[in-house]
Design a protein around this ligand. Structure first.
Ligand code: PMP
Length: 427
């Protein structure tokens, strides 16, 4: 049993000693989570919750998966931080294993500690490689909170009034709210115009999430990415896939971009890479990576032996537990059930996503698509009381983000939908 401090004591300490932004606890009465096991979390009283958020699409293998925990404990007992200035097998093994998961010439890896760092490095490499400075990203995207990545992020809520120059935000090819609906080609034409009229005609790179996470699980309109690829290449830019949230089997493909017939020049990743261990990575081609050759570029903890051991264990578990297949199968099942729920509850405006990266957008008027922000919070809180945890996102905070550990079962999906159904019928 848990014998640590109470929720109130923790909350008071947080208030007194931690710098907080407007992003703090998810629930009105914050949860004190003390244990985790696979798709379940436990609070201090031992109450079990079905976790359909996975620490924001991080814990893909499941909380404390024994096959991740054991090698990590073995490694931490032996050696934690040799620094990449010496040889150690863990970082080399994970680089090789990651490269084997990527198509084409995407064969070399640089490790960071977060998604922000990975994207900052990708943007910098694109500028160095092409010699151009302009970056294009997509509205509603989220790419991090460094200088370049906050610039690339396309939501005012996540941007501060600090200098962010040289980034242009393309129309969001959002089938539900976008001006051209599902017409991917029209959005790609707009991208071309943006480059033609907003830059000197060339760009360093185009940074995108194949399925936007923070933006509210937005799937880019069909055909957009492959058309955008041609536009970006014509402008001399690199095609940079941000797989921080969608990678590591979450969407039923290993990488979300695979569903779109494109091979990026750079892929960035974090979150699911370590099942909770802080780590990120940039994977690119030998040719592009050469921009770092002969330059001093270093990251103290990037590729730390414990983190990379976790990374290797994650790849093994994804394979051994068939998590990609399970994400696809359970995700398709769950999406079907959520679509059935949409028939029943007017408040559901849209159900979308792939695999176990699903979104449910709530609106108070289906025609006007008025965001049902307060109701979203209310239902989310009610679901928590029923023992189900989901996330929330979208610019208006009116989209449920369902990104559970990939060991989620059909029974879990049924339970989640029942809880959502019941909570919706109560408002
Ligand atoms: N890219 C995407 C798509 C993300 O969702 C996030 C985090 N929400 C980031 C980048 C930034 O990652 P981190 O918080 O690890 O810096």
């Amino acid at each position: 049993p848990y014998t640590g401090p109470s929720s109130d004591a923790i909350l008071n300490k947080r208030k007194e000693f931690m710098i907080s932004s407007s992003i703090s606890c998810l629930y009105k009465k914050p949860l004190n989570i003390v244990d985790g096991k696979m798709q379940y979390l436990f609070d201090e009283s031992g109450r079990r919750y079905l976790d359909a958020f996975a620490g924001i699409a991080v814990v893909n293998c499941g909380h404390c998966h024994p096959d991740v925990v054991k090698p990590v404990i073995d490694q931490i007992k032996r050696l934690q931080h040799p620094t990449v200035l010496y040889l150690n097998h863990a970082i080399a093994d994970l680089s090789e294993a990651l490269a084997s998961k990527l198509p084409g010439d995407l064969k070399v890896v640089f490790f960071t500690n977060s998604g922000t760092e990975a994207n900052e490095l990708a943007l910098m490499m694109a500028k160095l490689y092409t010699g151009y400075q302009d970056i294009v990203s997509i509205r509603k995207g989220y790419h991090g909170n460094g200088v370049g990545t906050m610039g690339a992020t396309g939501q005012s809520t996540w941007k501060f009034n600090v200098v962010q120059t040289g980034t242009h935000h393309a129309l969001n090819p959002d089938p539900y709210r976008g001006v051209f609906g599902s017409d991917g080609d029209k959005y790609a034409k707009e991208l071309q115009d943006l480059i033609q009229y907003g830059t000197a005609g060339n760009i360093a790179g185009f940074l995108f999430e194949t399925i936007q996470g923070v933006g509210g699980i937005v799937e880019l309109a069909p055909g957009y990415l492959s058309a955008a690829y041609d536009v970006v290449k014509k402008a001399g830019g690199l095609f940079i896939a941000d797989e921080v949230q969608s990678g590591f089997a979450r969407t039923g493909d290993f990488w979300a971009f695979e569903a779109h017939n494109v091979v990026p020049d750079i892929v960035t990743m974090a979150k699911g890479i370590g099942n909770g261990f802080p780590m990120g990575a940039v994977v690119t081609t030998q040719e592009i990576a050469r921009v770092l050759t002969g330059r001093c570029y270093f990251n103290t903890f990037g590729g730390n032996a414990v983190a990379t051991t976790a990374g290797l264990a994650v790849l093994n578990v994804i394979e051994k537990d068939n998590l990609r297949e399970n994400a696809s199968m359970v995700g398709t099942y769950l999406k079907g059930k959520l679509n059935q729920l949409k028939e029943k509850h007017e408040i559901i405006g849209d159900v979308r996503g792939r695999g176990l990266m699903l979104g449910v957008e709530l609106v108070s008027d289906r025609k006007l698509k008025t965001p049902a922000t307060a109701e979203t919070l209310h239902i989310m809180d009610h679901m928590k009381d029923l023992g189900v945890l989901v996330g929330k996102g979208g610019h208006f905070g009116n989209v449920f983000r369902i990104t559970p550990p990939l060991c989620f079962t059909k029974d879990d999906a049924d339970y989640l939908v029942e809880a959502m159904d019941y909570s919706m019928s109560k408002i």
